[in-house]
Write a protein that binds this ligand. Sequence first.
Ligand SMILES: C[S@@+](CC[C@H](N)C(=O)[O-])C[C@H]1O[C@@H](n2cnc3c(N)ncnc32)[C@H](O)[C@@H]1O
Length: 213
Amino acid sequence: MIVNERMKDFLDSFDTGNTAFLEELEKRSLRENVPIIRRDTQRLLKTLMVLAGPMKILEVGTAVGFSTLLMCEAAPEGARITTIENDPSRYEKARENVSAAGREEQIDLLFGDAEEILASLSGEWDMIFLDAAKAQYIRWLPVLKGLLRPGGMLVSDNVLQEGDLTESHFLVQRRDRTIYKRMREFLYAVTHDPSLSTVILPVGDGVALSVKQ
Ligand SMILES: C[S@@+](CC[C@H](N)C(=O)[O-])C[C@H]1O[C@@H](n2cnc3c(N)ncnc32)[C@H](O)[C@@H]1O
């Protein structure tokens, strides 16, 4: 956890919740160990949707569609979301959930590896929510930047890795070293790229919010 438990509880005490459908989907996802965005990240996303009013949204990492549906509910009328997932059973569940929410018209669910799908996309997106394989963020950054319109937002989740990103290399488990190294490279890249304006927020598991200049 990045902020302490007490602060988290304090901040969560102001949470006004979501629709009954999302509340139920969140409970089910947590019960089934599906990793979905946390409460404070949900609040951030909802506020960003109102602030920026994106009409064309791309999500990388659907899981079972929780964040997709949350963004869909908060987006302006007529907004469309395209979302990518490579796990077959999560993709199927996402289809069921999108259908149960009656949002098929607004959401395009794409099944497959994000790297391949991203390379096949074109056009200019108002917002990209990046929430998939963390070690790949740095690899995908050039293509993601190319897909954003000027003024568009890249919202990258889990960039602080439970706060472990600040740990010494030697205290980090061997298997996590590569991912942390690549995440540090990603954070350096998004904060030093002259075409992006970025703030790293200690929200949820860490969110980097980048706006294309
Ligand atoms: C943290 S979960 C997404 C959670 C979701 N955004 C939410 O908050 O409801 C990350 C998802 O990305 C998917 N994923 C990981 N690597 C991927 C890749 N290379 N291509 C497509 N999906 C990928 C995983 O299968 C997983 O379901």
